[in-house]
Design a protein around this ligand. Structure first.
Ligand code: HEM
Ligand code: NAG
Ligand code: NAG
Ligand code: NAG
Length: 303
């Protein structure tokens, strides 16, 4: 049998590429359109009453979270305190293993009242980054820690991966520094506080870590992760302390965002941009200069 002609193969190849390009962009476009609709619904409907944010019949209804059980040896935990907490409460499998991406979407919607758009977008993105299928595959919490895939340097509450390869490890000093930084009423964390802390972390991380890297997408992720403390946790010291030091949800806690359709991507993004665009070190030259002292004149490594 002879090979099909070049023109046929090439045409097929180009069409396939085009199709997957359109498919990818169509999905994003659709998610943004739906998100816009959710924004409008949230505007015209009353918020859920206090005490009723978590839907009836789901873990956490009325602030009653399933029992917290610390992870056992062999359980999988990763760099995300919010997902670890869900596993510690058994809202995700306590082992932290074999979690379906689809199952994660539903769970973060019910637990943290993120909107359905965000709840699809983020796990779908994570699946893509891990080269897996959102619809059929699963993951372990620690799988999210592939460096510079999703996990990144200069985090608020984790040391850089070169310094601490186990990214499930809580860095107490970093958490304490974060908790002390709140300048709002009762020490509440504000967007300005998070900008300041992220700037400080990026600076010290770049100075100390010769392999420091932070692509723009990772900076955006870092501020999105940090912003959840302002939105979902309302900047509240005590609640954030419980989340970050024990990876546990406080008794009687419920998400601070009470919108009917949850936290939309659009609303979340405005909070994220406020944090990211407020980082002084990104514009005053200090981040750019950080770490240069390792190299002699002309960019050569100093002895
Ligand atoms: C839905 C899927 C989610 C995925 C795949 C995910 C993934 C991650 C990853 C990989 C990190 C570590 C990033 C790094 O510092 O290197 C992280 C950190 C974090 N995530 Fe998540 N996350 C998810 C949902 C959430 C939710 C729903 C919340 C809050 C309610 C949340 C709050 C946080 C916080 C506070 C951090 C720590 C930020 C820092 O140390 O700078 N995450 N997440
Ligand atoms: C996914 O596939 C790409 C391209 O083959 C590869 O560079 C990347 O390392 C893979 N990611 C993971 C997490 O295995
Ligand atoms: C946290 O950051 C990771 C990437 O570092 C991202 O996939 C995830 O969407 C972020 N989570 C939130 C709630 O912003
Ligand atoms: C909002 O954030 C997502 C990631 O969470 C990003 O992909 C998107 O481009 C942003 N913009 C809007 C309008 O949602």
């Amino acid at each position: 049998m002879s090979d099909p002609p070049f023109a046929l193969i090439a045409t097929k190849r180009v069409l396939m590429g085009l199709l997957s390009f359109i498919e990818g962009h169509l999905t994003s476009l659709l998610v943004f359109l739906v998100d816009l609709v959710l924004v409008v619904i949230n505007l015209v409907t009353p918020d859920r009453p206090v005490g009723h944010v978590v839907p009836e019949g789901h873990p956490g209804t009325g602030g009653k979270w399933p029992a917290y059980v610390a992870p056992n040896q062999g359980d999988s935990r990763g760099s995300c305190p919010a997902l670890n907490a869900m596993a510690n409460h058994g809202i995700l499998p306590h082992s932290g293993k074999n979690i379906k991406f689809k199952e994660l979407s539903a769970a973060i919607r019910q637990t943290y009242n993120f909107g359905p758009t965000f709840c699809f977008f983020v796990p779908n993105y994570a699946a893509t980054m891990l080269n897996r299928s959102y619809w059929t595959d699963s993951f372990d919490l620690a799988d999210l820690d592939v460096h510079n895939c999703i996990e990144h340097d200069g985090s608020l509450v984790r040391l850089d991966a070169v310094e601490e390869p186990d990214q499930s490890k809580i860095s107490r000093p970093l958490v304490e520094r974060l908790l002390k930084a709140g300048t709002g009423p009762n020490g509440k964390l504000t967007a300005a506080d998070l900008s300041r802390l992220l700037g400080q972390r990026r600076l010290e991380s770049k100075k100390a870590n010769p392999t420091f890297s932070q692509a723009p997408i990772h900076r955006f992720f870092a501020s999105s992760n940090a912003s959840t403390l302002l939105t979902v946790f309302g900047g509240e010291q005590q609640d954030i302390r419980t989340l970050l030091t024990e990876e546990r949800l406080p008794d009687n806690w419920e998400p601070r965002v009470r919108h009917q359709m949850g936290l939309t991507m659009m609303e979340f993004n405005s909070s994220v941009l406020k944090v990211e665009l407020g980082i002084r070190e990104e514009v005053d030259g200090s981040l750019q200069a950080a770490g240069q002292e390792r190299y002699g004149p002309g960019g050569k490594k100093a002895e």
